[in-house]
Ligand binder design. Structure first.
Ligand code: NAG
Ligand code: NAG
Ligand code: NAG
Ligand code: NAG
Length: 674
C-alpha cells in the first residue's frame, strides 16, 4: 500500500500498531474531514519517520540499564546522556532482580529496582525512553535476565511457547506494566515511546507463535508502538519478525538497514529505520588471555561515520552502551563456547564498563567528547547542553585486613539450607539462585583416580581433601584441569562449587545443544572418583547474600573469628577491616567525590562487601583488577567496613586499597597451567 495515502486520523484510529494483525492493509474506513482533526497520536510512525505529536522525531539514543547503576546516581548519568546530545534512553529491565523468588516482587520504591523512578527522572531531564522489558534481555546478564527459579519449574522451557514459561513471563510483564505503563507518552506526556518484544529472538528461534503471544500481552498492557530488534541478516530478521510490530536491527547500520528493507516483506512490520544497538567497544570476560576491550582510532572514526550515515538520512540509532555500569553482586552472565564437542564458558567480569562513552564510574571519556561533537552536527545549534565536568576519583591507602572466619567453620550461620542425600542435588534443587554450594562426602572405602564433578564443572569446582585444596576444575577452560585423588576410608572430600554466572546468549547457528536451557549450577549427576560413584553427601546452600559482620562493636549478630592462622591451600576465608575516606574528598559533600576503585592486590579470587554492599567478584586473571566502589555506599563521617571472601587464601593477611586511577591487567591463573 501507499503510505502517503494514510491520513493522520487513520493513524489515530489505528494507533499504536496501525497495521495490527498479520493483515497489512488497514481497512479504508471513511475519514472524517481534516477540519475536525483530532490531535495527532502522542507517538507513532509512518513508513519513514517516527512521529512525536505529529512531528518527525529522529531517535538519537543510548543504552543504560538502571539496575546496573546505583540509584542515587541515576540523575547524574541521565543528565550526562542529554549532554552528549541523546534524546532517548534505551533500557533493559532485569526480571531476575525484580522477581528473585517466584511471586515475590522486589520492585517499587527505592533502590536500583525502582525502574519507574529511573524513567521518571529521564523524562524530567528531557529524554524519551525505549523500554526493553525482556522477558529475555541477553545483555551479558545472569541467564539473560531470567530468574534462576525458572530452571526448577517442571516442563518449563525458556523462550518458547510452552505454558509454564508463557504464564510466568506474562505475569512478570503485567506486573512490570503496573509500575511503568503510567509513564508512557500517551499518559500525560510520559517518556516511554516504544516497547520491545523479546530480544534478538531471531538469533535463538523461529517460534512465531511464542513471539506473537508476547506481542499480544504487551499490546494489552501498553499503548505505545512495539518493536523487535534483531541482527541485520536474513535468518535473524526472519526468525525474529512479528506481524504488526516494527522491525529494527542492531549492529552495522549500513548492511543492517539494507537487510531490514530487503528481508522484511510484511508491510505491517515496516516503518522507520532504527539501529537499536549500535555497538561501540564491548564487554570483558574473565581470563588471563582476555584484555580489556578498547577501540582503536580507526574504530572510533568508524563510529563517527556510522553515526553520520544514520543521522544524515534522518534514521534512528541507539549507542550500545552509552553507560554500562556494574554487575554488582552475582549479576554477570556468561558466554557459551564449544570446542571438540565439549562446552565451556567465558564469564563476564563484574565491570560492565564496556569502553562506553560514560565509563563505569560515570565519568565522561574521550569517546563521549567525540560522539557529542558528531551528534551536535545533526541537531539544532545550541540544543545540546554544556558538557559536564568530571569529578576526580578518590582513593585510600593500603588497609591490612585481618582474619574474620573460615567459611567452612561458619556453615551453621551461612548456609541457608542443608540436605543429606545419596546423590548430589543441584543449586536450583536447593531453592538457591546464586553463589556457592558445598558438597561434603565422607569416604566409605579407599578409592583412587580422577574426580568427575557430575556431568561437567558447573562452573568452578574447588576440591579439598581433609580441608586441603587439591585442585580446581573450572568450566572457563575447554579442557579443565584434571584432579586425581587417592582417598582413604574416613577422608573428608569437599567440592566447593561456584556459579560463575549463567549463560545469557546462545544462537541456533552456534552449537548442538541449547546452552540457554540447561543452566543448572552446583553438581548435576554423580560425583565419581576413578569411575566409582561417591554415595552419600551433605549439601550446603551458600548464597552468601550478605557477608558476616566481624567488626567489634557491630552488634549482637556479629560472627566470631574462627581462625587465627591460614596456610596456602586452605578453604575460603573472610577477611575484614575498616578504612576512612579522604577527608578532603568528603568535604566536597558530593558522593561522587568519594568514588574509587577497590583493589585486592594479593587476592586470587573472591567477593568484596563494603558496608554490607556486594561490590562483586574479583579474580587475579583479569582484565578487571579493581572493583567500582561508588561513593554512595561510603560513609564520609566514620569508618567503612570492608569484608572480603577470599576463595583461595595464601596467608593470614590481605590488603585492599582504593585506586584514584583505574588499572586493567591480566595475570596467569595460579590454578590452571593448561
Ligand atoms: C512521514 O511523516 C513525515 C513527517 O510528517 C513526512 O515528511 C513523510 O513524508 C511521511 N512519510 C510517508 C511515507 O508518508
Ligand atoms: C531530515 O530532516 C530535516 C528536518 O526535518 C530536513 O530538513 C531534511 O531534509 C531531512 N533529510 C533527509 C535526508 O530526509
Ligand atoms: C600495598 O600493598 C601491596 C600488596 O601487599 C604492596 O605490594 C604495596 O607495596 C603496598 N603499597 C604501599 C604504598 O605500601
Ligand atoms: C548415580 O549412581 C547411582 C548408582 O550409585 C545410580 O543408581 C544413579 O542412576 C546415578 N545417577 C545419575 C544421575 O546418573
Amino acid at each position: 500500500m501507499l503510505w502517503s495515502q494514510l491520513l493522520p486520523c487513520l493513524l489515530v484510529a489505528l494507533s499504536p500498531a496501525w497495521a495490527s494483525s498479520s493483515s497489512s492493509s488497514p481497512s479504508p474506513t471513511p475519514s472524517p474531514s481534516p477540519t475536525q482533526s483530532a490531535p495527532p497520536p502522542a507517538f507513532t510512525y509512518n513508513r519513514t519517520s517516527f512521529l512525536l505529536h505529529g512531528d518527525p522525531f529522529v531517535i538519537i539514543g543510548g543504552q543504560m540499564d538502571p539496575q546496573r547503576i546505583p540509584a542515587p546516581y541515576w540523575r547524574d548519568r541521565l543528565v550526562k546522556a542529554r549532554s552528549m546530545g541523546l534524546n532517548t534512553i534505551f533500557s533493559y529491565v532485569y526480571w531476575n532482580e525484580l522477581e528473585p523468588v517466584q511471586g515475590e516482587w522486589r520492585g517499587g520504591a527505592g533502590g536500583s529496582n525502582d525502574v519507574a523512578q529511573f524513567f521518571r527522572i529521564a523524562g524530567e531531564e528531557g529524554l524519551k525512553v525505549v523500554l526493553r522489558p525482556g522477558p529475555y534481555v541477553c545483555g551479558e546478564r545472569e541467564w539473560g535476565g531470567f530468574p534462576a527459579w525458572l530452571g526448577a519449574v517442571p516442563g518449563l522451557t525458556v523462550r518458547g511457547g510452552n505454558g509454564p514459561f508463557l504464564d510466568a513471563a506474562e505475569r512478570y510483564l503485567r506486573r512490570l506494566a503496573r509500575e511503568v505503563a503510567g509513564l508512557q507518552v500517551t499518559r500525560a506526556g510520559g517518556p516511554i515511546v516504544l516497547v520491545q518484544v523479546e530480544n534478538e529472538y531471531g538469533s535463538y528461534g523461529e517460534d512465531h507463535a511464542y513471539t506473537a503471544a508476547l506481542r499480544d500481552v504487551l499490546k494489552d498492557a501498553f499503548e505505545v508502538p512495539l518493536y523487535t530488534n534483531d541482527g541485520g541478516v536474513e535468518w535473524t530478521l526472519k526468525g525474529g519478525e512479528v506481524p504488526g510490530v516494527l522491525a529494527a536491527i542492531d549492529g552495522d547500520p549500513r548492511s543492517g538497514f539494507a537487510a531490514r528493507d530487503r528481508f522484511i516483506t510484511d508491510e505491517s512490520e515496516l516503518g522507520p529505520l532504527l539501529d537499536g544497538e549500535y555497538y561501540t567497544t564491548g564487554f570483558d570476560t574473565w581470563g588471563s588471555g582476555t584484555p580489556h576491550a578498547g577501540a582503536s582510532e580507526a574504530q572510533v572514526q568508524r563510529y563517527v561515520e556510522d553515526l553520520e550515515f544514520v543521522l544524515a538520512a534522518n534514521n534512528s540509532i541507539s549507542v550500545y552502551m552509552f553507560h554500562g555500569g556494574t554487575n554488582f553482586g552475582f549479576g554477570n552472565g556468561a558466554l557459551w563456547k564449544e570446542a571438540g564437542g565439549k562446552g565451556y564458558t567465558a564469564a563476564f567480569v563484574t565491570s560492565y564498563d564496556y569502553g562506553a562513552p560514560l565509563d563505569e564510574s560515570g565519568r565522561t571519556t574521550p569517546l563521549y567528547e567525540t560522539l557529542r561533537e558528531a551528534i551536535a552536527r545533526f541537531v539544532p545549534a545550541g540544543s545540546v547542553p554544556k558538557a559536564p565536568r568530571n569529578v576526580p576519583l578518590s582513593g585510600f591507602a593500603n588497609v591490612s585486613l585481618g582474619l574474620g572466619g573460615a567459611l567452612f567453620d561458619l556453615l551453621g550461620g551461612m548456609a541457608t539450607g542443608m540436605r543429606r542425600v545419596e546423590e548430589p542435588v543441584t543449586m536450583e534443587q536447593l531453592g538457591q539462585s546464586y553463589g556457592f554450594v558445598l558438597y561434603r562426602h565422607i569416604v566409605a572405602a579407599s578409592v583412587s583416580g580422577v574426580l568427575a564433578p557430575g556431568d561437567r564443572a558447573r562452573d568452578r569446582v574447588i576440591v579439598y581433601v581433609n580441608g586441603v585444596r587439591r585442585g580446581v576444575i573450572d568450566s572457563t577452560y575447554a579442557t579443565p584441569a584434571t584432579v586425581e585423588l587417592d582417598l582413604a576410608q574416613g577422608d573428608m572430600l569437599d567440592l566447593f562449587v561456584e556459579n560463575l554466572g549463567r549463560v545469557d546468549y546462545w544462537s541456533r547457528e552456534s552449537g548442538t545443544v541449547s546452552a540457554l536451557e540447561d543452566q543448572a549450577k552446583g553438581v548435576k549427576g554423580n560425583v565419581t572418583v576413578g569411575g566409582e560413584v561417591m554415595v552419600g553427601w551433605e549439601v550446603f546452600a551458600l548464597p552468601v547474600e550478605t557477608a558476616p559482620v566481624f567488626t567489634p562493636g557491630s552488634g549482637s549478630e556479629r560472627a566470631e573469628n574462627t581462625i587465627n592462622a591460614v596456610v596456602e591451600g586452605a578453604p575460603p576465608v573472610f577477611f575484614h577491616g575498616t578504612f576512612l575516606v579522604d577527608p578532603e574528598a568528603a568535604a566536597a559533600g558530593d558522593p561522587a567525590a568519594l568514588d574509587t576503585f577497590l583493589a585486592v592486590p594479593d587476592g586470587v579470587k573472591g567477593v568484596v562487601w563494603v558496608n554490607g554492599f556486594n561490590l562483586g567478584r574479583y579474580w587475579i586473571v583479569g582484565p578487571q583488577q579493581s572493583l567500582y566502589l561508588p561513593g554512595t555506599v561510603l560513609r564520609a563521617d566514620r569508618e567503612n567496613e570492608v569484608v572480603v571472601l577470599e576463595l583461595e587464601p595464601r596467608g593470614d593477611k590481605l590488603t585492599v586499597f582504593g585506586e584514584v586511577e583505574r588499572t586493567w591487567a591480566n595475570y596467569a591463573d595460579p590454578d590452571y597451567d593448561g
